[in-house]
Ligand binder design. Sequence first.
Ligand SMILES: [Zn+2]
Length: 435
Amino acid sequence: MKIFIFSFFLWSTLAASPLQLIKKGLPDANATLLVIGGIHGNEPGGYFAASILATHYKILSNALWIVPNLNQQSIQANKRGIHGDMNRKFAHISPKDPDYPYVEAIKQTILAPEVSLILNLHDGHGFYRKKNEGSIFNPKAWGQTCVIDQCHLNAHNKFADLDAIANSVKENINKKLIKKHHSFNVKNTNTKFDDEEMQNSLTYFAITHKKPALAIETSKNLRTLEEKVFYQLIAIEEFMRITGIKFKRDFPINLPSIRQLLHNHGKLRINDNIIINLSNIKKTLSFIPIKSEDNTFLFTHPLGSVRVTKSKTTLVFIGNKLVTTLKPQFFKDAKECPREFNVYENKHRKTYPAASEFFVKDDFKIEKQNGIRVNIIGYSSKFKNESGVVVKRSDLQKRYAIDRNNSTYRVEFYKDGRFCSMSLVHFEKGKKDNE
Ligand SMILES: [Zn+2]
């Protein structure tokens, strides 16, 4: 099956690079921490933590650079690497390798003069112990470790003492454990002498180019994603402290609030004329009015991506999670569509831009516009044009709501048989379920 993969992110800036590189903090910083998520597509603790770091942290001093989804195609597939292990391609890679542009781009980012310290995020199996304590607690395990390739960087550098950094991170994480057996350890792979395979890794590439780099591995055996993300974030915060980065986050660091953040999938904008709120969305939406090709997809979530199948169904992913499937109904875009529309709720009239979301309590009416046909999906009426009609929540068939609470419906605008735009009406019960 031939598939097409797209990934766009509203706030990414480097148009020429295949990487999504998010830069936060001050441009004249003394130190910059580079955090890399998603080199392995089946290690969601790392990339969901990097994504929360990108969207819920404000950097008040120094700078933080984030690549949340280095291996996006493998993340979508939830596989370690669909073209082999990307973390074994940093010593040698063929220009024909599909991973080549990503490996080259992250190498350039690592070598950027601004970057002072590099942190690569993983989820590893088991719980690392120096002595064998059972099948998942042993020296071969990788989980719950701060990994270094050697104790010292062979260069004059503020962050050259990798062993001291790893030990200080470990000690501070161990003050915040959810369960005692989640304790962290330092794992020194002694790469130069003992680990030929790891000589091909990202961190070894960095340290052999005089750039201090470490990895964090939370355990794949932790029971929930929020536990993995919890430890990743605690570790990242320790690294920020070491780099001298002051920050503010907009949530308390505990499991319930991390769980809530993980459920927030943000919004998807298609072709700049369709808005879809992805939080709490139903598994399948039908008759989505898009073009037969050349559609653009923009996500507010750094891990948002789509895959268009051969049958032209669009699968929408956040990280490795398939959040919804969009079944299309092909339309050509209309010309000279109105840029805004008016909504009456009782006697109150409000104006909204095309392809936006609005909130009502009990009922609403879309004001008539010349030549524009309105179709409110789930409203069965005898009218061909559903503008100028008062629509109550009880008039709408729940199976057409886009969300699982059956509170959000599509309002579509057409002109001369062509598609203009889709907005969303939310019926609220006192609160706004906006983000
Ligand atoms: Zn990994």
